[in-house]
Design a protein. Sequence first.
Length: 179
Amino acid sequence: MTSLNGKKIAFIAGDGVEEPELTEPWAAVREAGGTPVLLSTRKGRITAMRGDWDHSGSYDVDEALETVEAADFDALVLPGGTLNADAMRLDKEALRLAKEFDAAQKPIAAICHAPWILVEADLVRGRTMTSYESVATDLRNAGAQWVNREVVVDGNLITSRNPGDLEAFNRELVRLTAD
């Protein structure tokens, strides 16, 4: 099994995050020996959703986005959820951190609607990516080549379409971060 021993993985999420897109990569990081860290716009708790309609679990935020830098971590995970991704693409600290990870060529894993954050950070031009189908036009308009596959790795970017792709998404997250 690939090891993430000694690696810290940042997860950016807020209220409305799609719960399995947060919890399953989190578990994959832990199972590989890594340390996941939940970042959000504020300390406290966030509330996850299932399918953008049903409230689900609440999760403690480890650090506010403004208090960290990409240098503190080995990889970045951007879980989806329409409400979460829409809010995070407007947050200047989330965008700053995504840009820092990309500049350092550290892995960035975005699933479902989370590529919106990468569009807003202007990190998709010339990249091959996937996402939830409704985000495809936004990616194309921002200069990415959108493909309909369960997981796409393009350099340091890992993207997937939806919770049904989590097994492949998690595998590539762990593989790319361990390298």
